[in-house]
Write a protein that binds this ligand. Sequence first.
Ligand code: GLN
Length: 466
Amino acid sequence: MSELLNQTAAQQAERIRAGEVSGEEVFGFWRGRAQGDELGAYLWVAEDGNGGGGELPPVAVKDLFCVEGVPSSAGSRILEGYLPVYTATSVRNLQAAGANVLGKTNQDEFAMGSSNENSGFGPVRNPWDRERVPGGSSGGSAAAVAAGTAPWAIGTDTGGSIRQPASLCGIVGLKPTYGAVSRYGMIAFASSLDQCGPLTRDVTDAALMLRALEGHDPCDSTSIGLPDEVELPSAERLDGLRFGSWGLEEEGLDSGVAEVCRRTLDRIEELGGTVTEIDLPSARHGISAYYVIAPAEASANLSRYDGVRYGHRTEDFDDLLSMYERTRDEGFGAEVKRRIMIGTYALSSGYYEAYYGKAQQVRTRIVEDFRAAYEQVDFVVTPTSPTVAFKLDERTADPLAMYLSDYFTVPMSLAGTPAVSIPCGLFDGLPVGFQIAGPAFSESRILDAAHALEKAIGFEGVPVKA
Ligand code: GLN
């Protein structure tokens, strides 16, 4: 059974289909792997495959997806013990396609973070170097796939939380177009930005999973699905495709990361693509706009945790108001409190136009930057993260340094457009991620280009122990 460890989810599905191995056996194998997790990647592992294994290998699910009867806390102590009465549409779509839930993965509390150190349930370690972070906020999902304790996983990306941990762990992470995948049953962070997407070993698995995930959902009025069925990628060349490179001269980009990304641009040209430098003049204000908009939306979304409706309630209170206050003080971690305060301030009367209104104008400018870029090129390519995986505790004392981890991923989130991160090489023995972005609904084209590049790069994953 140990050969499953080195097979992609698509290869495992093929073997299940051919009758070489049963869905139950595949599920049992991965459950054993998940139970052996040593990285803090899992918060809960399934006992059985809900009535047997399916036609696809099982999937590890970020904690913030509601799964009926299964602890779903979004990495927060305030939701400890919460058992949802329904299952998120994205998870149901995967189940319907034959992928059962393998476990719930650790994450930054309410998806706020870039290192997984903001989890209420402890950090996750990077399988490439256990003294380093896996990235965040979908750090548990990324670490599990990279370490071979899950065949594939889902996460969410609000400003980079799929792509950045995928980059730091040396796997593939895709943020779909805003609205491509239903968010019903996803515990909300910032509703104009949150998207669900795959974290996988390779680009083909990302396409296979996206095919199951996407679609309009009557329970989510912001969902629209993708116009066509997702094709499995097959391209081996990039002839005639135009790539616009952005960000390689930005301050704060690690020179080693820049070097590996430059080599990737050379490969694009070897495969027949053209590379030109482009400017996205407003994108460099993306982080500033994001850290007004996302906290503003979060402060509204998190007002529902009042000690009455879900999870934790303080034991120590005199009246209703002190019950609210102490529950929230005990239940939320420091980063979540910081965001609630920033968001509430930015939305308060007298400041609303100066902060929130301004940030929305910047957002519109970024949308226009991309629109202009896609008149000249087919894809925008950037490093995914300015650095490789950093040490645990290295950035916890400096939230602004942490926020810059998403410098290259936030612009696409604000524009609502899709982007994938693929591993493109190593620097200092740690994986470097390369981001390929395209216009709204261009997922199949992005994945096809990523596939050609992936084949040419031939990246080997972390050497996992059988
Ligand atoms: N790191 C960013 C933040 O802390 C993005 C998080 C995300 O995409 N969920 O908000």
